[in-house]
Design a protein around this ligand. Structure first.
Ligand SMILES: Nc1ncnc2c1ncn2[C@@H]1O[C@H](COP(=O)(O)OP(=O)(O)O)[C@@H](O)[C@H]1O
Ligand SMILES: [Mg+2]
Length: 238
């Protein structure tokens, strides 16, 4: 199912004011694969995802979907083209109900397998909480809603930013257990994590960022843990 590049980020430089966060970063995700981008706090992971989603514009370099540049394509049109993000920190509307939050994700919906019923089947707890304000949910439940909201757009490329953030390991494992049922629909996934163990468990390939550049790229099942740790922290054996 994989092969052709779905997403290509080429030599992207992205800055906040004068401060560069991505310093010439190249990332490729093939159709049907799951890429994990890992790296320490501040490495540029969220900046990468926001750049792909169209929330940040590169100073130089390009982002392409199916080989076509997205440079002139605003964020909401990127959703319609098939790029949906579950952002770091979940960012639900706290006073809206769970169901209302999910429907927000359907705004620029493509046709496809994901709708309210499918999200509820994926995360039964979310269905039980459907009429509650999002603010009343636990962190893990909120994360499930955030993933479900992104799925409601029926993305070709799903961007997941730090699913594990602030959650107990058992909850993280439950959330990641849903991933195969998402990828088997043909969805390509770009997951960003500080939790290296979890990232390696779900990904086909792993790319480690350090200060806005690639420090290591490898197949997830072949990566040398020592080299990965060194790349992650920017020390020694590289
Ligand atoms: N809104 C912002 N304004 C200024 N600097 C920022 C902003 N967001 C991120 N940065 C900086 O950009 C770099 C990369 O941040 P980020 O992409 O959030 O990293 P990560 O997601 O890997 O933790 C960091 O040095 C961070 O301090
Ligand atoms: Mg981040």
């Amino acid at each position: 199912m994989s092969g052709a590049p779905l997403l290509e980020v080429e030599d992207a430089v992205v800055a906040y004011g004068d401060v560069p966060a991505l310093r010439g970063l190249t990332v490729r995700v093939d159709e049907g694969e799951t890429l994990a981008v890992i790296g320490a706090n501040g490495a540029g992971k969220s900046t990468l995802l926001k750049t792909v989603a169209g929330l940040l514009r590169p100073v130089s370099g390009d982002v392409r979907l199916d080989g076509a540049s997205l440079a002139a394509v605003p964020a909401h049109v990127r959703v319609a083209r098939g790029i949906a993000m579950s952002p770091e920190g979940r960012r639900l509307f706290p006073s809206l109900t769970v169901e209302e939050n999910l429907k927000v994700g359907a705004h620029a919906r493509r046709t496809g397998p994901w709708d309210l019923a499918a999200v509820f089947a994926l995360f039964p707890l979310v269905e039980e909480r459907r009429a509650r304000p999002a603010a009343n949910l636990s962190g893990g439940e909120q994360q499930a809603v955030a993933i479900g909201r992104a799925l409601m757009a029926n993305p070709r490329l799903l961007l997941l930013d730090e699913v594990s953030l602030g959650l107990a390991p058992v909850v993280v494992a439950q959330l990641y257990a849903a991933l195969p049922r998402i990828t088997e629909q043909g969805t390509t996934v770009l997951v960003v994590e500080q939790d290296v163990h979890q990232a390696l468990a779900v990904a086909d390939r792993v790319q480690c960022l350090l200060e806005g550049r690639t420090a290591l790229e490898a197949a997830a099942d072949e990566v040398d843990r020592g080299r990965l740790t060194a790349a992650y922290f920017g020390v020694g054996e590289r």
